[in-house]
Design a protein around this ligand. Structure first.
Ligand code: PFF
Length: 504
C-alpha cells in the first residue's frame, strides 16, 4: 500500500489489465471493417503513424499523470491544475453511459453464446435478431416491451462487474485479466486458424489487405486511423490514469506504454484476419463478392456471423460459441476498467469504502442499463456510442493534450516518466502533445460537427440526437463542473507524496 492506495501485485498484472481494457469489442468488430473501408493494406500507414504520434504518446501522458499524481483521473488532473478538475470528471460521468450499452451488448453476446449450440437464431438471422430477439420498435422514443432475457443478462453482467471490483485491484481486476486475457488470445488464435483454413478465406484476406494507395490522400482515412487508435487504446476515458495510479513508485512507464499499444495492435490484427477469413468463406459459399457480405459492429456479430455459422455444420456451433464467448470476455475486461475508473474517482473524492462505492455504483448502473433492455435499446446504443466516440472521447483527449501541452507543461510529465523508465523519451514527445495530437483531434471534431450539422447522425430525427446525443454530452460536462466544486474528503488523497507538498 502506498499512501493507503491499492496496488497491482506485479507490473505484468498492470499491463494485462491495461491491455484487457484496450482489447474490447472495438478490436473484434470495429478494426477489421475500418481497415477494409480505408484502403486495406494501405491503411497500415496512417494506422501506425497514429499509433506513434498519438496512441503511445497519449498513453505515456495518461500513465505518467496517474503515476505522478497518484490518483484517479479527476484527482490526478486536479493535482496538475485545480481549475481543470472537471475535465477528469467528464469521462467518469460519460463512463456511466458507455457502461449502460456495453452491458447490453455483453448480455446479447451471452444469449447468442447459448444459441450457438443449436444455432437457435434460425435461417433468417436478420429477422431473428431485430424482431424476435430485440423486438425493435420503430423509433428511439418508442420503448415497447421489456425484453426479459436481455434484462437478465444485463443484471448478470453488472453482477460480475460488481464482484470483480468489490474484490479490489489486485484480488479482483488483476486476477480477472490474468485469467481472461490469455484465454481470449487462445480463443482468437483458434478462430483465426480455423478461419484461414476455410474455403475462400484467401478471398477475404486479399480483400482486407490489398492496398489501395490512392486512399492515403483522403483526410477521412487519416481521421479514421486516429479515431480507431484512440478508441481502441481506451484513451481519454479516465481508465489508463486510474490504472497507472496503482503502480508502485519504481516502475517503467515508457516501456509499459509501448507494450500495451503493441499487444493491443497484435490482437487487432489477429481479429482482422479471423473476421475476414470467415467473411471470405461466406462470400464463396454464397457465390457473391466479399463486398456484399462485409459489415461491422452489431450487424457483423449478430446478423452476418450467425448466418455464416449456420452454413458451416458442426464447426459452426464451435466457432459460434467461441466467437460469442470471446465478445463476452473481451467486453468484460473493458467493462470492469470503466467501473474501476468511476469507483476510484468516487473513493478519492469522498473517502467512502470501496465495497460500498462499488455496490452503490453497480445498483445505479444496472438500473440505468435496464432502459436498454427495451425495444429501443439498439437505437440508444447507436446514438450514444456515436456521440461518445465523436465528441466525448475526442473532446477529453483534446483538452487533456492542451492542459498538459500548454498549461501544465509537458516536461513535468516527461521528466517524471524518464526518471523511472528504462529508456527515455525526448523532446519530440512535447511536440506531439502540444501540436500533433491537438491538431488531429481538432480536425476530427470539426469534421464530425460539420457532418452532424448537415444531417443528424444515422438519419435519426433531430429530437433523438438532441435527447440521446447532445444532452448526454452536455449532461456530462455540467455534472463534471458541479462535482468539481465539491471538496476532496478523502484524507489520504490530500497529499502528493513525491513532491511532499499539499496540493489539494
Ligand atoms: N478499447 C475498447 C475497445 O477497443 O473495444 C473500447 C473501449 C472500452 C473504449 C472502454 C473506451 C472505454 F472506456
Amino acid at each position: 500500500m502506498d499512501n493507503g492506495r491499492e496496488q497491482w501485485g506485479s507490473k505484468l498484472g498492470f499491463i494485462l489489465a491495461a491491455v484487457g481494457s484496450a482489447v474490447g469489442l472495438g478490436n473484434i468488430w470495429r478494426f477489421p471493417y475500418v481497415v477494409y473501408e480505408n484502403g486495406g493494406g494501405a491503411f497500415l500507414v496512417p494506422y501506425f503513424v497514429a499509433i506513434f504520434t498519438a496512441g503511445i504518446p497519449i498513453l505515456i501522458l495518461e500513465y505518467g499523470m496517474g503515476h505522478k499524481f497518484r490518483g484517479s483521473t479527476p484527482l490526478s488532473i486536479a493535482r496538475a491544475n485545480k481549475k481543470w478538475e472537471w475535465l477528469g470528471w467528464w469521462p467518469v460521468v460519460t463512463a456511466f453511459f458507455i457502461l449502460s450499452y456495453y452491458s447490453m451488448i455483453l448480455s446479447w453476446a451471452m444469449k447468442y453464446f447459448t444459441l450457438s449450440f443449436n444455432k437457435g437464431w434460425g435461417s433468417n438471422t436478420d429477422a431473428f435478431f431485430h424482431n424476435d430477439f430485440l423486438q425493435l420498435t420503430s423509433s428511439p422514443f418508442e420503448f415497447g416491451n421489456f425484453i426479459w432475457p436481455v434484462l437478465l443478462g444485463i443484471l448478470l453482467i453488472w453482477g460480475i462487474g460488481w464482484f470483480i471490483c468489490y474484490k479490489g485491484v489486485k484480488g479482483g481486476i488483476e486476477k480477472l485479466n490474468k485469467i481472461l486475457l490469455p484465454t481470449l488470445i487462445g480463443i482468437i488464435v483458434i478462430i483465426a486458424i480455423r478461419g484461414v483454413t476455410l474455403e475462400g478465406a484467401t478471398l477475404g484476406l486479399n480483400k482486407l489487405f490489398t492496398p489501395d494507395w490512392s486512399r492515403l490522400t483522403d483526410p477521412k482515412v487519416w481521421i479514421s486511423a486516429y479515431g480507431q487508435v484512440f478508441y481502441s487504446l481506451s484513451l481519454a476515458m479516465g481508465i489508463m490514469m486510474t490504472y497507472s495510479s496503482y503502480l508502485p513508485r519504481k516502475t517503467d512507464i515508457n516501456n509499459s506504454a509501448f507494450m500495451t499499444a503493441f499487444a493491443n495492435c497484435g490482437f487487432e490484427f489477429l481479429c482482422a484476419i479471423g473476421v475476414f477469413a470467415i467473411l471470405g468463406f461466406m462470400a464463396t459459399s454464397q457465390g457473391v463478392g466479399v463486398d456484399e457480405v462485409v459489415s461491422s459492429g452489431v450487424g457483423l456479430a449478430f446478423v452476418v456471423f450467425p448466418e455464416v455459422f449456420s452454413a458451416m455444420g458442426a464447426w459452426g456451433s464451435i466457432l459460434g460459441a467461441l466467437f460469442f464467448i470471446s465478445l463476452v470476455f473481451a467486453g468484460l475486461t473493458s467493462l470492469v476498467s470503466l467501473v474501476e475508473a468511476i469507483t476510484a474517482s468516487i473513493i478519492d473524492k469522498t473517502g467512502w469504502e470501496r465495497k460500498k462505492v462499488v455496490s452503490g455504483l453497480c445498483i445505479v448502473g444496472a438500473t440505468i442499463s435496464s432502459v436498454f433492455a427495451t425495444g429501443a435499446g439498439l437505437y440508444l446504443l447507436d446514438i450514444i456510442d456515436n456521440f461518445v466516440n465523436c465528441y466525448a472521447i475526442v473532446g477529453v483527449g483534446l483538452l487533456e493534450a492542451i492542459l498538459i501541452g500548454w498549461i501544465v507543461k509537458p516536461d513535468i510529465i516527461r521528466n517524471h516518466v524518464n526518471k523511472i523508465s528504462y529508456f527515455r523519451i525526448g523532446k519530440w514527445w512535447d511536440f506531439i502533445v502540444k501540436f500533433v495530437t491537438p491538431t488531429m483531434l481538432i480536425i476530427m471534431l470539426v469534421q464530425s460537427l460539420i457532418s452532424e450539422l448537415k444531417s443528424p447522425y444515422g438519419g435519426y430525427p433531430l429530437a433523438a440526437t438532441l435527447v440521446y446525443g447532445w444532452a448526454i454530452i452536455g449532461f456530462g460536462v455540467i455534472v463534471a463542473l458541479l462535482i468539481s466544486r465539491k471538496p476532496w474528503e478523502n484524507k489520504s488523497s490530500d497529499k502528493n507524496e513525491e513532491d511532499g507538498e499539499v496540493v489539494i
